[in-house]
Design a protein around this ligand. Sequence first.
Ligand SMILES: C[S@@+](CC[C@H](N)C(=O)[O-])C[C@H]1O[C@@H](n2cnc3c(N)ncnc32)[C@H](O)[C@@H]1O
Ligand code: SF4
Length: 465
Amino acid sequence: MLNDNSVSFDKDLITRYAQAGPRYTSYPTALQFHDEFNDGDYTETARESNEDLVPAPLSLYFHLPFCRRVCFYCACSKIITNNQARSTRYLDSLHKEIVMQGKLFDRDRCVDQLHWGGGTPTYIGNEQMSRLMQVIQKNFTLRDDDRGDYSIEIDPREIGPGTIKLLREIGFNRISIGVQDFNPAVQKAINRIQGYDETAKAVEDARTQGFHSINIDMIYGLPKQTLETSRQTLKQLVDLNPDRIAVYNYAHLPHIFKTQRQINENELPDPETKLNILQLVIDYLTQNGYVYIGMDHFAKADDELAMAQKTGSLHRNFQGYSTHANCDLIGMGVTAISCINGCYAQNARDINEYESLLEQGKLPVTRGMMLDHDDELRRDVITKLICHFNIDFSFYEDNYGIKFHRYFHDELSRLALMEKDSLLSIDNEGIHVTRKGRLLIRNICMVFDKYLPISNTNKSYSKVI
Ligand SMILES: C[S@@+](CC[C@H](N)C(=O)[O-])C[C@H]1O[C@@H](n2cnc3c(N)ncnc32)[C@H](O)[C@@H]1O
Ligand code: SF4
């Protein structure tokens, strides 16, 4: 069968592009947030957003940071503990924050999107999950027609017999299941032993309970992974028939995430093998009914994400790709980030500080930034590139009052080098990313990131390849 997705990379090209860079779940990235932006600025922006001509619907994110055991590769904001009292104390603070945040937004603003992320949200147990959803419902206007996107991340090792049923009953209709790899040697190397049957059971239960969409998280670039192990893992993955699949590029930053120091670097696949695995992933999944959305994400051809990409309405936020472009995002919980109108606001990153601020009756926002016109323009360019692999010059000239060629003169000359490497083409209408360029979309976006030369020096970003 002819495979029109395959691309080839030579060693020289890999070496030139295998640099570190952001994943652009936001632009500017969190590295630009500063503490001159405070809870007062956030409150004002939130209140102002109610006055918009047509106030945006809301997207709520809740961070539940606890896990019982550590996975060595983990780069999430998590707290490893077996002490249930710790999470009970945290939930008291989270409830306080929900009440305070709820007061800032008009009740006629419906919650179109809701997400519980972690850590491991189900760590807190069925009773506390039900209670948390009740508190949310009391303070925000949740949809009662099951048509919002209400999703939760689960770890199949951390659910009881009735958990998935309960999640559906309290209002979730999308579920994301953490797996990473099915190979026993890889699982051992990352300290995450998870039986295939236990994952299959979680998928089956989610289907029986009528979840609209099931996502599975995988990672490529983990220790002991080879083309052969990846081929077997992909086969097992497709057999489970999820609606969406995320295959994340392993972000290895042991100077930031201490547990990653337990990963043996000699066992990590080299950049060439990683690219070959990525190519295999794309080939395998596209030949088995999935569409490559871009930047680590795949969806069934009839899934909303694939449709949104087709119609140009796909968006990207802190949770990855989304069909809700127009929502104001309110992040609650330790480290959570909000994105409202022209501002980003982040909660305290230390759990004790988070709890102490709420104890004092203060919103726990400790840093953030207001976006200027240039930030908003560049954010729009980067989002379009990541979601649609295409830039239409006239869109920016009409909507941002700029002459694209003049405004982005330097960026276009840097892109000309990428054009030579067949990553993209530039014509009178715009920029068009090629199949090869899709795999290096982070590099292409980085050209438009005005903060990068400054922030890249502090090694906060993971390798693109
Ligand atoms: C909060 S976890 C998912 C829920 C649950 N804690 C679990 O692990 O099943 C979010 C996802 O982030 C991804 N992830 C974590 N650390 C990563 C890293 N260093 N590089 C790339 N992806 C990572 C994993 O795919 C993981 O499933
Ligand atoms: S990957 Fe999930 S379960 Fe593992 S440590 Fe990170 S948040 Fe916890």
